[in-house]
Design a protein around this ligand. Structure first.
Ligand code: ZN
Length: 808
């Protein structure tokens, strides 16, 4: 190691990390990204926003995530496959191995900031078990290994009898391995131990023997191995892993499913389609290949795809993947708020992609997206307590959304566990003569620029305040460029491309001072203020980014956001949430467009947060259908990412400015006045009498209730009336997202009413009909009832759902 001249231990570790990531191994080609990230190990956070979150990730998230891996049987799967225990495959999915790998990756990152001998010893044991579960030739996939111990019984139906055969569909054999390789590199860098790395190499050598143009020509059904192999290449210097990564990209498509981006060759793709996590992992792998192999084909493809996402498929929070059916991208400008999918993993994947595009091009717009996603869509994925997680991150809620402690499919918590410790690695980047400052977070870092070691520190109170103080202390006085990112939001650009725009221009200047003097003649290129000078120890740069409250409007093609505004301050997107507003009713609010905003830091709220205050009024639907305006009231907005830390309830990011775009409180109809019960009680039951009518049976902008994953059985919903009511008609609107989703209109339905203590069928004036995309109504001989029940027969292969059930 050539960095021993640095006496400080901390710096030696840093240098080692850097060497490993951008390795100078003699076998590897020197080509890689033209800009190098500064690893998180070189950057010590001293701020009040991220540092406490990273600590909680270490003390809460990682321990509970390993706890769930133990209690759900994920670890036991390795023990059984390794012969330490007996039994069948313990968990639901064949990709459950990947959660263990991802948390090992997170724990390895975490160890570098918070050394913990107990955790390191736990990893040693876990890795030993993984090694035992690996078959002699390197194959590692606990589901198959365990099934083979039972004569093939228990092999997941996503996997084929033959290894790899169904990987392009759902077996996830290569997906697990991609996460294994990433974990192995992280563990090696953190501890210097080769244990997991050797397991990964043995596995990758098998994959290299089995796959190739003259061998198995299967592409990964869920991408990630591409990125994992590139990391393995950088760490070992073995070119074959890089070639294998490229093979897995080149062998993909055409004529496969858009769901996993195999509809055409990746190099020919121009649009973001399908499953958003798969997509972003693939784009990140393509960027790696574009950088290392200087490949214009992949470069052009990801540039066009990036434009497609940012110009037409991204939420104001930075979230991507609008629809749940494919866990992925919808058509351009289709961005429903309440049903927004915005999977936490997709936000993390998009951060990976944008970081790589920045390292390729050095343009600030990529970090603008990264920062937006980081402070909003990604951060929403984890609670303040760090032990509850969102899978989808919607922009609107009736109260049906709530973070969970864990998921059967646990990709999101395990992704949070590994991503959060690495956040300091996104602050800086370097070339031989440039030092990029990309994010503004208080920290102290030691970074090598050319042959000079620069100590740089930031003092900032981001994201609440726009003032940043940067101290630059080079080891020797030398000229280099300090490139300070000027965020789009400070330059009147809400999002590159104009999908979202600030309603008004803000002309407050951005001030940059150097050693107390206003900096003249700064050049600005690609979104960076470039300060080119002979730096000496003690130099100080001060920046003041104005952070007024900004009003954002969406492109008019985003139907859901018409006549609505979003509120942004700095990089933070705001929302209205139930606890801050008297009645708890949020969705019926209309904000006054001329009300003005004030802002205040409230230390006692949500761990300390800058809130925004304005005013609005509630709206209510009358029985005749007219919308009434209620009294004006004060309105407090909180950062979107901090919602749902005080219980489930209503929340809204896009705020109506007209009663016509609001969701008025429902009229006091019979259905509305009833108590609802159902064969399956979930939060979503509120949808059936909320009086929101969908445009079709697959309209994700309106909430619905469903029985998924149940099928082939009778289910029911019941309205209990306060007092017996005369009734003579019902109307029902079915939810149907088939054949891609799991719900279809039911086979049949029936209405019963409670007559005294007896449920009796109503006498319909016409036969029951089951219709998609419109109301089904049934008039019947009038009865006086104390309750009414709808019984629904689910299809043999599909579940069903209901948007609205009206009783007259
Ligand atoms: Zn996920």
């Amino acid at each position: 190691m050539n960095f021993m001249r640095i006496s400080n231990n901390h710096l030696v570790v840093i240098a080692a990390g850097f060497l490993l990531i951008y390795g100078c191994s003699k076998n590897s080609s020197s080509a890689d990204y033209p800009i190098h990230p500064v690893p998180f190990t070189a950057v010590k956070l001293t701020d009040n926003f991220w540092a406490p979150r990273i600590k909680k990730n270490a003390t809460v998230t990682i321990p509970i995530a390993f706890g769930y891996c133990e209690s759900t049987g994920r670890v036991k799967n390795f023990e059984i496959a390794g012969g330490l225990d007996t039994g069948k495959f313990q968990t639901i999915y064949p990709f459950d191995d990947s959660d263990v790998y991802k948390i090992i990756e997170g724990a390895s990152f975490s160890l570098q900031t918070y050394p913990d001998p107990k955790l390191e010893a736990y990893l040693d044991t876990l890795i030993w078990k993984i090694g035992l579960a690996q078959e002699d030739d390197g194959y590692l996939y606990t589901n198959r290994t365990i099934a083979e111990m039972h004569g093939g019984l228990g092999l997941h139906n996503w996997a084929s009898i033959n290894r790899w055969e169904l990987d392009s569909i759902l077996s996830h054999e290569l997906y697990n391995l991609g996460h294994l390789y990433e974990a192995a590199v992280a563990h090696y860098q953190a501890t210097g131990k080769r244990t997991l790395l050797d397991i990964a190499i043995k596995s990758a050598d098998l994959v290299n023997r089995d796959f190739g143009w003259d061998r198995e020509k299967v592409y990964p059904g869920h991408q990630v191995i591409e990125m994992g192999l590139v990391k393995l290449y950088r760490t070992t210097g073995e070119r074959k892993y890089l070639d294998l990564a490229r093979f897995f990209l080149d062998v993909r498509g055409p004529k496969g499913q858009p769901y996993n981006q195999a509809q055409i060759k990746p190099v020919d793709q121009t649009e973001a389609v399908g499953h958003a996590v798969r997509a972003t992992y693939m784009y990140s792998g393509m960027a790696d290949i574009a950088a290392i192999e200087n490949d214009d084909g992949y470069l052009n493809a990801i540039t066009k795809i990036w434009e497609d996402i940012v110009y037409s498929k991204m939420y104001i929070t930075g979230g991507i993947g609008a629809t749940g059916g494919n866990e992925g991208f919808a058509d351009p400008f289709v961005l429903p708020n309440m049903s927004a999918y915005c999977e936490t993993c997709a936000s993390i994947g998009d951060i990976f992609t944008n970081e790589r595009l920045f390292l390729l091009h050095g343009q600030a717009k990529y970090i603008d997206i990264l920062e937006k996603t980081l402070y909003n869509a990604m951060l929403s994925g984890v609670s303040l307590s760090a032990d509850r997680f969102f899978y989808p991150n919607p922009l609107e809620s009736e109260g049906q959304h709530e973070r969970s402690a864990w998921f059967g499919c646990a990709c999101c918590p395990s992704n949070i566990a590994r991503f959060v410790p690495a956040i300091p690695g996104y602050i800086y980047a370097v070339t031989g003569k440039e030092l990029y400052v990309n994010l503004f977070i208080s920290n102290d870092a030691n970074i090598e620029v050319g042959s000079n070691m620069i100590n740089i520190s930031q003092k900032a109170d981001f994201p609440w305040d726009g003032k940043v103080e940067i101290s630059v202390n080079p080891e020797k006085n030398e000229k280099f460029d300090l490139k300070i990112r000027i965020p789009g939001w400070a330059m009147n650009e809400a999002l590159p491309g104009g999908l979202y725009k600030f309603k008004d221009q803000n002309n407050e200047p951005i001030k940059i001072l150097i050693n107390g003097k206003v900096l003249e003649n700064t050049t600005s290129v690609d979104g960076y203020a470039i300060i080119s000078r002979n730096w000496k120890s003690g130099d100080r740069v001060e920046i003041d980014f104005p952070m007024p409250v900004r009003t954002v409007v969406a492109d008019e093609r985003v139907k859901e956001d018409i006549d609505k505004i979003a509120i942004q301050r700095g990089p933070v997107i705001y929302c209205a949430e139930w606890p801050d507003n008297n009645s708890g009713n949020i969705l019926n609010l209309v904000v006054k467009s001329d009300a003005g905003f004030t802002t205040e830091y409230v230390p006692s709220l949500l761990g300390g947060a800058q809130v925004i205050r304005t005013s609005g009024f509630q709206t209510k639907k009358a029985l005749n259908g007219e919308i009434e305006k209620l009294n004006e009231e004060a309105l407090t907005l909180i950062p979107y990412a901090l919602w749902n830390n005080r219980g489930a309830g209503q929340m809204m990011v896009w705020l109506p400015v007209s009663p016509l775009s609001a969701r008025p409180l429902p009229a006091p109809t019979i259905a509305r006045r009833s108590k609802i019960r159902a064969s399956k009680m979930t939060n979503a039951i509120k949808a059936v009498n909320d009086q929101f009518e969908p445009e079709s049976s697959n309209d994700h902008s309106v909430s619905y209730y469903h029985w998924w994953p149940d099928k082939d059985k009778w289910e029911w919903i019941e309205y209990d009336f306060v007092k017996p009511e005369p009734i003579s008609k019902v109307m029902v609107y079915w939810f149907d997202d088939g054949p891609e989703g799991g719900c279809k209109i039911p086979d049949e339905w029936e209405i019963l009413y409670l007559n005294g203590n007896i449920w009796e069928p109503v006498k319909g004036k016409s036969p029951y009909k089951v219709t998609k995309d419109s109301w089904d109504s049934l008039s019947f001989i009038p009865v006086k009832a104390s309750a009414i029940k709808i019984k629904v027969k689910l299809n043999k292969d599909y579940s069903s759902g209901i948007y609205e059930w009206v009783v007259e």
